[in-house]
Write a protein that binds this ligand. Structure first.
Ligand SMILES: C[S@@+](CC[C@H](N)C(=O)[O-])C[C@H]1O[C@@H](n2cnc3c(N)ncnc32)[C@H](O)[C@@H]1O
Length: 183
């Protein structure tokens, strides 16, 4: 698949408040993230969804926000401090295809990032290892950057890695699939 790694400054555009109107976090994953959960935000950018994940996970939960670009994470950290959420968020500058983490997650989000990972099969495999049994994974991808066939291929690779499809939909701004680690 052709790769479309967006320049870091593009996150300023896609991180605008309008995004949260078009893709309200409560609607996307409000039913999936419960207080006390450990959550992964893979390819978090400047943290447009990280803040909501941390708010939903509550003081006993924790969010790991992973991105290749350190500059994005610095901006995310600043936002977290402003919102008083910094204790609930750990940032990591690393390749989400490798995810050198020791944690296990109850929920994972990859929003508009998987198509930018050169070997996304490796990401799905590693994610499966890091998810607790039965944990859910929400995959969002932008129709502007990949075709229906390419999204379908991602779902096949996820299934091969042990992530079963619960439901999928296509909204104007997003391909969306909810998956679950098969026990
Ligand atoms: C289009 S942005 C999406 C950011 C955010 N999740 C959102 O929905 O607004 C894609 C992000 O994935 C990150 N990314 C791309 N390839 C990556 C990789 N191999 N490992 C970690 N992050 C990666 C980019 O740095 C960028 O911040």
């Amino acid at each position: 698949m052709e790769q479309h790694c967006c320049p870091w400054w593009m996150n300023y555009l896609i991180g605008s408040p309008l995004r949260l109107v078009l893709q309200p976090p409560r609607k996307l994953f409000g039913q999936l993230v419960k207080p006390g959960m450990t959550v992964l935000d893979a390819g978090c950018g400047m943290g447009i969804f990280t803040m909501s994940l941390a708010a939903m996970a509550g003081p006993d939960g924790h969010v790991f926000a992973v991105d290749l670009v350190r500059k994005n994470l610095k901006i995310l950290e600043r936002k977290a401090r402003r919102k008083g959420l910094e204790q609930r968020i750990t940032t990591m500058a690393c390749d989400m295809g490798k995810l050198p983490l020791d944690f296990r997650f109850d929920f994972a989000l990859a929003a508009n990032s998987v198509h930018e990972v050169p070997e996304n099969q490796r990401f799905f495999r590693r994610l499966t290892e890091l998810l607790n049994p039965g944990a859910k994974f929400l995959l969002l991808e932008p129709p502007l950057h990949l075709s229906e066939e390419e999204f379908q291929r991602e779902l096949e690779l996820a299934a091969e890695a042990g992530l079963g499809l619960i439901e999928r939909s296509k909204e104007r701004s997003s391909f969306k699939a909810l998956l679950q680690k098969l026990n």
